[in-house]
Ligand binder design. Sequence first.
Ligand code: GDP
Length: 298
Amino acid sequence: MFANLSDRLTASFKQLRGKGRLSEADIDATVSEIRRALLDADVALPVVRAFAASVRERAKSAEVSQALNPAQQVIKIVNAELVEILGGEARDLHFAKHPPTVIMLAGLQGAGKTTLAAKLGRWLREQGHTPMLVAADLQRPNAVTQLQVVGEQAGVPVWAPEPGNGVGDPVAVARSGVQQARDKQYSVVIVDTAGRLGIDAEMMQQAADIRDAVDPDETLFVLDAMIGQDAVTTANAFAEGVGFSGVVLTKLDGDARGGAALSVRGVTGKPVLFASTGEKLSDFERFHADRMASRILD
Ligand code: GDP
């Protein structure tokens, strides 16, 4: 995903090779290069600005190091800044004191919510939890069947609307699903919700109604890292319309420019908790800012 950004950053560091120490002019030239590279990777402007200012500041106040040459010094600073904008140390999911822990997924259609429900369910099962999935996406044809299929692959039970459990009413399905999880003593319940291709008021309202009905311990905003500049508008719309406690980045295996992944923490202030890196259920991991930063600077 970050191939181009990586190349550009590496090229800007190369220009510092052979320099005895960092001059102001070198720092300014390198920071301008980094700034352009980030903008070209679709990173949101306010994030780029803060990043550039911070790198400049750190580089100018850096002690003259015996151990590191100027290029290495700048790489170290950029690495630290990348880790910072990616959110630093990952936090754990918040689990409810009294189970079940309710996790609601929200995001645009196609962001990867249904796939994620199964991935997260599988992951939680491996951690010793007893998860259950709830199919409250009644908008997209086949979303319920899709969740049942991936749920089965993941070995995680799925609560789906049937006559009597609120067919056609996603809020009722979500509520009855969580009740079912409580009655059957599942420890975590993951509620899949509907998205639209673009942001729309009705969809936001539905997601907000589901949120009110199930009172989630975590609302995870599922963001397709391939959507580039639109990521910021989408994230802001969900922050305002539904609110969320954490972010999951999907499609990090794609070849888009990666700006969404680098912007979302800075724009929303919410941590990225997980990363989805492919279509297989095992293509899923905790998000580690330091690993992603190293991948970018590889
Ligand atoms: P939803 O509409 O938000 O529920 O999205 P889906 O879970 O149906 O995912 C939409 C498409 O993206 C499906 O074809 C998934 O297989 C695919 N998908 C989901 N996550 C990833 C990922 O991390 N990488 C890739 N390459 N594809 C993904």
